[in-house]
Write a protein that binds this ligand. Structure first.
Ligand code: NAP
Length: 294
């Protein structure tokens, strides 16, 4: 399947749908129990046309990257867009460089398409030092593009001041139920500056409330509630998403969210009337104080 793309700063063309891998390969520690199923899920995503695969050094303490690395061996690396992240506690200059090498090794590749700060550096780590290391990686061509996660507008501006290269994306918690980036002006800022909003948690971990409004629109469009929820994201200017699934039937359902668009009136209805909206992420709020991803 041909996944539509959107264009952003630095000539980045990003598919509207990519694969998330948090909890593949474990949570904070490596867990090999489901390696077989998880590798199959990653391969199934690639077979269906997904090119953007999102991971992080912290996922399964590196094991998520290892699983992706194993799958990469059987695929054309050049056709894939691999995104990874350096954790906040590894953002001192030399630590960041070490983290990057370790990610490359686990992924079995010699470059990363998109390398992101998973959070703003921890206190005591000057952003100038972090960005000196990141700038050198982008200069070397081994990091193709630089992005960030979970940053407020002030944080984005601060990071950009120290970056020689454009910040191409801000990966943030955004879903029908989670509107923090709208309330805090992050969505508008990124749209105005051609910075991709990469929406994580788009399905609220599969627990998106089965609200009456979702079911009503699912019936109207002959789609499922999750397809409506994902389409509401990808129909917005400058927004792409990276749902995680290890189940092929979920993958196929989710891919049915693309290639069509909710009417403007229905988009507005969902934006305004989806019940139980929250404006502070229960997982990683913008301007976080601690690493609370759960
Ligand atoms: N930058 C950051 O700080 C940050 C934070 C969190 C996440 N992320 C990234 O964003 C990705 C997505 O976020 P997420 O994984 O937290 O949340 P999510 O994609 O909203 O939800 C994933 C959960 O939803 C389930 N699911 C997926 N499709 C489904 C369907 N059609 N029907 C029912 N359940 C379904 C999955 O279970 P099954 O596997 O059983 O389908 C999984 O438990 C992550 O994997 C990670 O790559 C980044």
């Amino acid at each position: 399947m041909n996944i539509p793309t959107k264009k952003f700063t630095d000539n980045l063309e990003l598919p509207v749908y990519g694969l998330g891998t948090w909890q593949m390969g474990g949570r904070w520690e490596a867990d090999s129990t489901n390696d077989g199923a998880e590798k199959k899920a990653i391969q199934a995503a690639i077979d269906r046309g997904i090119t953007h695969i999102d991971t992080a050094e912290s996922y399964g303490n590196g094991h998520s990257e290892e699983l992706i690395g194993e799958v990469l061996k059987n695929n054309d690396r050049a056709k894939l867009f691999i995104a990874s992240k350096v954790s906040a506690h590894n953002q001192k200059h030399d630590d960041l460089l070490k983290s990057f090498e370790a990610s490359l090794n686990r992924l079995g590749t010699d470059y990363i398409d998109l390398y992101m700060l998973h959070r703003y550096p921890e206190p005591g780590m000057p952003i100038a030092e972090t960005m000196k290391a990141m700038n050198s990686l982008v200069d070397s061509g081994r990091v193709r593009r630089f992005g960030v996660c979970n940053m407020s507008v002030n944080r984005l501006k601060e990071v950009q001041k120290h970056s020689k290269h454009p910040i191409v994306c801000n990966q943030v918690h955004y879903s029908l139920a989670m509107r923090e980036i709208v309330d805090r002006g992050v969505l508008e800022y990124c749209q105005n500056n051609d910075i991709a909003i990469v929406a994580w948690g788009p399905l609220q971990k599969g627990q998106l409330q089965q609200a009456e409004i979702l079911q009503k629109l699912a019936d109207k469009y002959s789609k499922t509630p999750y397809q409506i929820a994902l389409n509401w994201l990808t129909s917005q200017e400058g927004v792409v998403t990276i749902p995680k699934t290890t189940h092929i039937e979920h993958l196929e359902e989710n891919l049915g969210s693309i290639g069509w668009q909710l009417d403007k009136a229905d988009m507005d209805d969902l934006t305004q009337n989806f019940p139980g909206q929250s404006n502070v992420s229960e997982r990683v709020p913008l301007d976080y104080e601690a690493d609370v991803e759960v």
